[in-house]
Each structure stands twice: as structure tokens, then as C-alpha cells.
Ligand binder design. Structure first.
Ligand code: NAI
Ligand code: MG
Length: 362
């Protein structure tokens, strides 16, 4: 089979790091690891400049047809003045919404060679490999009512609403259990059932799915605040953490900093499986467009290359090849090669393209 990949490099360092991921992909194709058909399109500020909107209908259709979308990053000072609905970030939000990407996967891996760059003691994070599965399309960021109203006494009242249905919890729990089976077989479900009804339902549904279909996976329920504490205290106790949109936003950012640099962090966003077992999927580095270093060839491409590895693993059925790509990254880091963001003070750093070449060579 030929795998269809859509590259949406976007703005700032997006195109710079996407180019390096494509280099890796080309190498895999040359080595006979798989057959790939790649397409490129505009998103974010680049799409605003060309079409007046941050993503066109045609691009959304291409994304829906692709086996995986590789997204760079969007935004930058150039588009700071555009209408809110047409800001570059709206392109990503629309893709997430239209493709139904409800499961956000954020691995936090601490390569031994980078343990000293963590905000924690090296021994606490060395060898860390956890995966946070965040629900991405429900919860308090989207629940209605969502408003600020003025009361009769002149005070204002702000309302956000946390809403989850059993169906929404069911499908994210299944993603977490399936992933755990391919890892260390443990799921920690984080909510606040002690103070939130949505937490009560979350815990109940996760426990039910577990008992019915995933009893072979170890499950623990953890209060989200305790989970935050444990992430900085003893993060290696976790394998897969599944949680809602709000807690997942915060826990995944905290977990990210256990591992060193923003330039190292990949992510995946997955949609529902259709009848043929296919699901829409978008892969992107966690970082933004980094206007401060854009155009200088300084960006770390490893988050983007890691995102490609996730695409190979989760969308293309090429887990073994994904492992090889990640091993190449580890090898490069073990050899002491660094881009500027992860280099020691005074260390000679590689540029973006040189780092991509090093990964290909490894
Ligand atoms: P940012 O992630 O772009 O940059 C934060 C800091 O990390 C900067 O100092 C940057 O140089 C550094 N950095 C980020 N990625 C790096 C890499 N690969 N290699 C080396 N250093 C790296 O976040 P910031 O500055 O808050 O936002 C910049 C723009 O990006 C804004 O327009 C923002 O809205 C947008 N953004 C877009 C995202 C996306 O496309 N998913 C996510 C976050 C921000
Ligand atoms: Mg965040």
C-alpha cells in the first residue's frame, strides 16, 4: 500500500522543521521501508496571505483524505492584527474540529543524554517514558453556557461549563487502554470525582470499560491534583495517563517540562475509527512557530521528527520503523549532538538541517 501524507508546514520554524521530517521520510522510502505519497498545502498565516483564511475547505478535505497530516506550527507577529476568527491558530482549531480529533497524545520521554536538562533531578526523570492521553474536543473549553453576564447589582458573573457524556468518556478511555496494551499495560485515570460530577461519571465509565473489555490492563484512579504532584515527585510510576481536556492541558504541559526542551516534544491528535478501522490523525510538534528564531536555521527538528515517528506508529502501521527513527534520535543525542536549545552553555550547536542529516545518518 501507498501511504498518503499531507504536510502542512505553516509559519515560522514550521517549514524549517517539516523539511527535516521529510528528509527522514525520503530516507525511509529509499530504504524500502514503505511507499509514501506526499502532498503539501498552506495553513495558518501562510494560508491567510494566499487565501484570506487560515485554512481552506480544500485543505480540510485533503487532510480528511490523508492517512496522516504532518502539521508544523502556525502564527507570528505578522498576523497579530487579523480578525480573531481568522487568526492563524484558527486553522488548527478548525482542522481538529472538522476531523473530529478527540484524542490528544502527548508523550513525555526523557532521553538519558538529556536528563540533566530537566527541571528535576536527573535520577527522577532519566529514562522517563509516559504518555498523556488528553480528551480534546469536550469539557469546560467547549461546554455551554459559556458567557459573562452582568447581574442586577452591576457585578459580572463568568460561566464556563464542564460537560462530558458517557460516549465521550468511553471513546477516550478505549484509546488509552489500547495504547497501554502496546506499552507497559498500565492506565492512570485522572479526574476530581471528590468535587465534580463530571469526575464521578468519568471514573464510573472508565471503570466499566475496563471491567468489560480491558481487565488485562492495570487501572488506577488518581485525583488530578495528586497526579500533578506525583508527576514532579515520582513521574516514572506512570505509563498512560488518561484525563479530560482541562486537566490534560495542564498535566501535559507540566510533564513536558520534565523532559528538557519544547523542541523535543511531539504530539498526535486522533479521530474516531470508521467502519474500516481508519481514523483521521494529525501529528505536530508541541511548540509554536518560534518567531524569535525563525528563518535562522536554528530550530530543533526533533519534535517534528518525533511526530513523524508517531504517525508511522499510529496511522501507518509501521511501529517497528517508528522505533528505528526514535532509536536514531537517541543515538544522535547520545553522541552529544545538540541544537542550540538543548546545548550546554558554550557548546558548539548544530543547525536545523545538520540535525536532520545527523538523524538520517544514524
Ligand atoms: P513557541 O513554542 O513558538 O516558542 C517558545 C520558545 O521556545 C521560544 O523562545 C522559541 O524560540 C523556543 N522554541 C520553540 N520551538 C523550538 C524549537 N523547535 N527549537 C528551538 N527552540 C524552540 O511559543 P510562543 O513564543 O508562545 O508562540 C509563538 C507563536 O506560535 C505565536 O504566534 C503562537 O500563537 C504560536 N503557537 C502555535 C502553536 C501551534 O502551531 N500549535 C502552539 C503554540 C504557539
Ligand atoms: Mg497548553
Amino acid at each position: 500500500t501507498t501511504h498518503k501524507l499531507l504536510f502542512l508546514p505553516g509559519d515560522g520554524i514550521g517549514p524549517e522543521v517539516a523539511r527535516e521530517a521529510e528528509k527522514v521520510l525520503r530516507l525511509l522510502a529509499q530504504a524500502g521501508a514503505g511507499r509514501f505519497e506526499t502532498e503539501h498545502d498552506l495553513v495558518g498565516g501562510a494560508a491567510i496571505d494566499a487565501h484570506g483564511v487560515p485554512v481552506t475547505d480544500a485543505t480540510v478535505n485533503l487532510a480528511a483524505e490523508a492517512d496522516a497530516v504532518l502539521f508544523g506550527s502556525v502564527g507570528g507577529p505578522k498576523w497579530a492584527g487579523v480578525r480573531y476568527e481568522h487568526r492563524p491558530e484558527a486553522g488548527l482549531l478548525r482542522l481538529r474540529k472538522d476531523l473530529g480529533l478527540f484524542a490528544n497524545l502527548r508523550p513525555a520521554i526523557c532521553y538519558p543524554a538529556l536528563a540533566s536538562a530537566s527541571s528535576l533531578k536527573p535520577e527522577i526523570v532519566e529514562g522517563l517514558d509516559i504518555l498523556i492521553v488528553r480528551e480534546l474536543t469536550g469539557g469546560v473549553y467547549f461546554g455551554e453556557p459559556k458567557e459573562i453576564v452582568t447581574l442586577e447589582n452591576g457585578e459580572k458573573r463568568a460561566v464556563d461549563t464542564q460537560v462530558y457524556t458517557t460516549g465521550e468518556i468511553d471513546r477516550i478511555a478505549r484509546v488509552a487502554f489500547e495504547l497501554a496494551r502496546k506499552r507497559r499495560n498500565k492506565v492512570s485515570s485522572a479526574e476530581k470525582h471528590n468535587v465534580m460530577k463530571s469526575g464521578v461519571l468519568w471514573k464510573e465509565v472508565v471503570a466499566r470499560i475496563h471491567a468489560a473489555d480491558y481487565a488485562d490492563v492495570e487501572l488506577e484512579h488518581v485525583l488530578a491534583d495528586n497526579c500533578a504532584m506525583q508527576l514532579v515527585r515520582r513521574p516514572k510510576q506512570y505509563d498512560v495517563i488518561v484525563t479530560d481536556n482541562l486537566f490534560g492541558d495542564i498535566l501535559s504541559d507540566a510533564a513536558a517540562m520534565l523532559t528538557g526542551s519544547l523542541g523535543m516534544l511531539p504530539s498526535a491528535s486522533l479521530g474516531a475509527e470508521d467502519a474500516s478501522g481508519r481514523r483521521a490523525a494529525l501529528y505536530e510538534p508541541v511548540h509554536g512557530s518560534a518567531p524569535d528564531i525563525a528563518g535562522q536555521g536554528l530550530a530543533n527538528p526533533l519534535a517534528m521528527i518525533g511526530s513523524l515517528a508517531m504517525a508511522l506508529r499510529y496511522s501507518l502501521g509501521m511501529g517497528g520503523i517508528a522505533d528505528r527513527v526514535e532509536e536514531a534520535v537517541a543515538k544522535v543525542l547520545n553522541a552529544g549532538l545538540r541544537t542550540r536549545d538543548i546545548a550546554a552553555p558554550g557548546q558548539n550547536a548544530l543547525g536545523t538541517a545538520e540535525m536532520g542529516d545527523a538523524v538520517c545518518a544514524a
